[in-house]
Design a protein around this ligand. Structure first.
Ligand code: NAP
Ligand code: G4F
Length: 341
């Protein structure tokens, strides 16, 4: 049987790397669309490059998301079955300072890709990485029927891309679907997102490389899942018989402070000795205070359900960061007991 072809933008990111692994396991030929960076930035996909690139199962292409023809040429040449659009300026805090780029990359690129699919290869299914950040100030629980009230350029960019995706589905009949994903994390999370910042900085403290962790507002609440569960949901959304929009979430939420406490508790440490809160440079001009998703629709229709809970996630992330600094959890407990009490 002919292998399915998937295009993945953002393949070098957290979700792109896990999704590519999943698709390769499912026997797809995966084309990763990445931007040129001055330092080669393929750490998260190095293992699959080693395993699949020389077999022709993983093919990487340099593209620029603002350059329509760089993407159109690939669509015409390879005629993908599925297009996962994960690339984005994905940091909410940074979007307050880079609003124009955020809109250009996160919003207009979705339009460019969808228009190219419409003109050149209408059969290709399209996935848009929409976000719970779109709900903004709408109180929880948030689901597919909740109002969007974005609070940042990032949120606004994702709301526009959400409607662009819906427009190509409704007006032009494309298989174009949105996954509205609540926060999901993993050992591959970028270092400047709050969860990874906590587990990574704590590992550095144990090595004597840092003394404190400087955070912003730790009273906000997030619905955190594991990225591995969420990329499976992303794939399911494109396997459904008709294009639709789905929330993926755990349905539980915790404050940033709860997350800090859980991580420090793994080493029996008092977090208050190491964490400075309300650091000015990490406070945002406007905040999304309370996200908690209702994913009943995905659970019912797609039979999707997260496997991993927050305790597993905290441990998985901490163990992985400790390993980066040559420690096991037991080593870290001993260091914590001896030097950091
Ligand atoms: P991530 O780790 O920050 O990855 C973002 C990816 O986009 C990276 O591969 C990055 O490339 C690429 N990218 C950024 N700007 C680009 C540009 N101008 N041209 C080409 N590529 C560019 O994000 P993630 O957590 O995997 O999230 C994946 C998608 O889901 C994003 O669209 C994000 O907004 C959305 N989302 C994420 C979450 C979450 O909790 N993780 C929740 C809801 C929605 P480089 O590696 O070169 O930087
Ligand atoms: O980890 P964060 O930066 O994630 P945020 O803003 O919720 O966005 C993430 O999830 C979205 C889904 O809802 C995605 F669409 C988006 O792409 C991204 O993946 O911040 C979480 C919370 C915020 O309230 C923030 O103000 O943590 C607070 N926070 C407190 N101190 C901090 C810090 N955030 C960061 N990044 N760094 C801090 O020092």
């Amino acid at each position: 049987m002919k292998k399915k072809i998937a295009f993945v933008t953002g393949i070098t990111g957290q979700d792109g790397s896990y999704l590519a692994e999943l698709l390769l396991k499912k026997n797809y030929v995966v084309h990763g669309l990445l931007r040129r960076t001055s330092i080669l930035n393929v750490d998260r996909i190095q293992d699959i490059i080693n395993k699949y690139e020389n077999k022709g199962r993983l093919i990487l292409h340099y593209i620029d998301l603002t350059d329509t023809s760089s993407i159109t040429n690939l669509i015409i040449k390879y005629k993908p079955n599925e297009f996962y659009n994960l690339a984005a300026m994905s940091h909410v805090g940074i979007s307050f300072y880079t609003g124009e780029t955020t809109l250009n990359i996160n919003t207009l690129s979705s339009y460019r890709i969808l228009e190219s699919i419409l003109k050149n290869h209408k059969k290709c299914k399209f996935y848009q990485a929409s976000s719970s950040e779109m709900f903004g100030s709408t109180p929880p629980p948030q689901n597919e029927n909740s109002q969007f009230n974005p609070q940042s350029p990032y949120g606004i960019s994702k709301v526009s891309a959400f409607y662009i995706t819906k427009y190509f589905r409704q007006a032009h009949g494309l298989f174009a679907a949105n996954g509205i994903l609540f926060n999901h994390e993993s050992p591959r999370r970028g270092l400047n997102f709050v969860t990874r910042k906590i587990t990574h900085s704590l590992s550095r403290i144990l090595k004597g490389k840092e003394k404190k962790i400087y955070l912003g507002d730790v009273t906000t609440r997030r619905d955190w899942g594991h990225a591995k569960d969420y990329v499976y949901g992303i794939w399911l959304i494109l396997q459904h018989k008709k294009p639709d929009d789905f929330v993926l979430s755990t349905g539980k939420n915790y404050s940033i402070q709860d997350f800090v406490k859980k991580v420090f508790k793994l080493l029996n440490l008092n977090w208050k000795k190491f964490v400075i809160t309300n650091t000015k440079k990490y406070l945002r001009p406007s905040e999304v205070r309370n996200l908690k998703g209702d994913s009943t629709k995905a659970r019912k229709i797609l039979k999707w359900k997260p496997k991993y809970d927050l305790n597993y996630l905290c441990k998985d992330m901490l163990i992985s960061d400790l390993k980066l600094y040559g420690m096991t959890l037991n080593d870290a407990k001993k260091i914590a007991k001896k030097y950091l009490k």
